[in-house]
Design a protein around this ligand. Sequence first.
Ligand code: GLU
Ligand code: ZN
Length: 322
Amino acid sequence: MHKKYVGRFAPSPSGQLHFGSLVTAVASYLDAKSNHGTWLLRMEDIDEPRCISGVDKDILCTLEKHGLFWNGDVIYQSQQHQRYQEVVDRLLEQDLAYYCACTRKQIKAMGGVYNGHCRHLGLAPDSNNQDQFAIRLTMTRPLQAFEDVIMGNVTPIESEAPCDSPHQEASTANSSAEDVVIKRRDGLFSYNLVVILDDVFQGVNHVIRGCDLLDVTPLQKAVYQTLGYEIPTYGHIPVAAVSPGRKLSKQNRAAPVNNTTPKENLLRVMQFLGFDFPAASSFNDISALLAHAIAIWDRKKVVKTPEIIVPQHESTYYSEPL
Ligand code: GLU
Ligand code: ZN
């Protein structure tokens, strides 16, 4: 029997929702609802210095204004530190993670790919020098190609290690992936750890998100396997960009979603994703519009381009000198 579908939207509250993040919210919502699933919400505020207070409420308000109601309570990463630390402690105890003192410079000298130098050194910080050690996970699985339910076959990016590097084997197809940092020297838990711990904790088994995270997905899958968790189904949708390689984001001066025109916004999202959609005025209300969107949602119809350039009004990037 199939497990019940659990999906999610996981915005970082470093800025208000813009058109690109609305696209991700809508796509993950429609994929969940068309599969009779639940749709959870998680605030990814692990990188607290970059988060702006009050933005989370603003994001929730925008979702509500667009009829995108989530199931259950919103989870905040900033409130989960104890749970993350418990996992890290357990991994250290079980010798599945270790302290690493390598600097950026040293890793560069290894050919740009960390070669497992500190794996068996048994390094242990004392209370005065914690900030000189990162914690790495001992990876037991390689990066592998996978089938994305929207983008199709995805092959892992080859590492940039030079061919004559003695550590080249660290990144070839059949050896394990580079030991990933799970807690940084500055004490922050790394995104590649917490995104997985939270998805497991929340029972998420379907991840629909932007193509900007496509490249990191083989690594996240290898982390799932190394930790012994069941891997979710992944689907990646096109990212909205202001110009090639520059995704719509706070840094690129994305305009916040206009909450006074939700039907028109939703229509534009559907068109962006590649769907023919009736005029916004043909729907009495947002829930009728969303019901239609759920009915016609089809992963196969989503545009397979990783990046789409959006009209200029989505960002002040065009009108202000950089
Ligand atoms: N918080 C991430 C972002 O806003 C999304 C992470 C994910 O969906 O896995 O880009
Ligand atoms: Zn090291």
